[in-house]
Design a protein around this ligand. Sequence first.
Ligand code: ATP
Ligand code: MG
Ligand code: MG
Length: 448
Amino acid sequence: GASPDSCTTSSHRKNDLPIHGVSETIVGVLGGGQLGRMLCQAASQMAIKVIVLDPVENCPAGALSHCHVVGSYDDSVTVEEFAKRCSVLTFEIEHVNVETLEKLEQRGLDVQPKASTIQIIQDKYLQKVHFSHHGIPLPKFMKIDDPVSAKKAGDLFGYPFMIKSKRLAYDGRGNAVAKREEEISSAVQTLGGYDHGLYVEQWAPFVKELAVIVARGRDESILCYPVVETIHRENICHIVKAPANVPLKIRKLATDVAYKAVSSLEGAGVFAVELFLTEDGQILLNEVAPRPHNSGHHTIESCFTSQYEQHLRAILGLQLGDPSMKTQAAIMYNILGEDEVKYILRCELSPLESQLENKFIKADFSETVTLQLKDGFLETYHGEPGFLLAHQLIGRALGISGATVHWYDKPEMRKQRKMGHITMVGPSMAIVETRLKLMLNPKLLDGH
Ligand code: ATP
Ligand code: MG
Ligand code: MG
């Protein structure tokens, strides 16, 4: 982490022309993951200083921030100390301490979006109640406290249904499906039991998942980004296609629902609205994120104003930028972590294996490697070590026109962890899809 010294800012630069008047403004961000990292990248371009609070010493945003304070964004004392140094406080994660934010707001700190918004959103059940009060279409839902209420949900909604944790959910961790009554108890178990705070959602029979990034300025002006399609793999966002290939009528409806949802919340910033499109052309809201979002990564390369720049403009009270696309089509592909790399490092190091310690491997490996562990821990390992795979993917992307690589530099790879992403842009969706296929299937590149 940065020492107090390295975090001191000199505010006496000579001949400093305050072009947008914010270059001495300090934006504080709670959380230092990839979203924070990309926020720092946008901030650097506009000479806006971002300081981040994150407990992980070498978190993705740390190295690119003006200053990284190592500490918990859920600890009130730490957040209060951090807030003293901020002109405006914002988030890249909603799982923060709301009581502290409310206290800080009452003391006059500029928190964007508002603590009330974070409070509604961080509890998914409360979020559903809020949006249903505002007339937003949602899958049916109800709170469950015990086996009797869970069974009642099954009787009312039918099977399968989705059981969700009210709090601390991300990347599908916090969701469990009950396909029939007998599965309720094991599904509840995997989520930590009834005391953990659970609710049930009716199954949304979606044909596509859509998302809309909505930006709201301090003057309450609202701009919507083009509707995108999100494709999930095991509950994790994996591919985003922009724009979504749906009829204009659906795009309008999705945008209207997203606009209405964000209008019901307080504060400035960008918000991501996740939606389900059903077979009969209905749009149902899944959830809202009060921050930049995975479904908006593509905007860095494909829109006139990226969601990250837009978030900064919004919270700082600058004019919002044009959210429309400057390229015909874009696809974002998430690089998800594979098996634990530590496993591999515990093996007897041969020349091949020793290179795995290095993130960037020079040798040309086959798709699958077999490793033998020495300590009897595991005899052989068949598979595709994650970094190796990521490296190969990145290597191929570098050779494809219209592809841009984003590597988050996370300290560790874990299975299903978002490690980086690649955005492809091009003159049509068909061309971008072909480019994606080329990247994913090297045999096509080699001409085999
Ligand atoms: P995120 O990383 O987006 O915050 P999360 O952990 O909050 O994810 P959800 O967005 O609630 O999880 O759900 C993850 C995915 O699970 C959805 O994108 C969708 O594919 C599926 N899903 C969620 N709710 C339902 C539902 N009611 N019916 C059918 N599928 C659902
Ligand atoms: Mg979520
Ligand atoms: Mg979600």
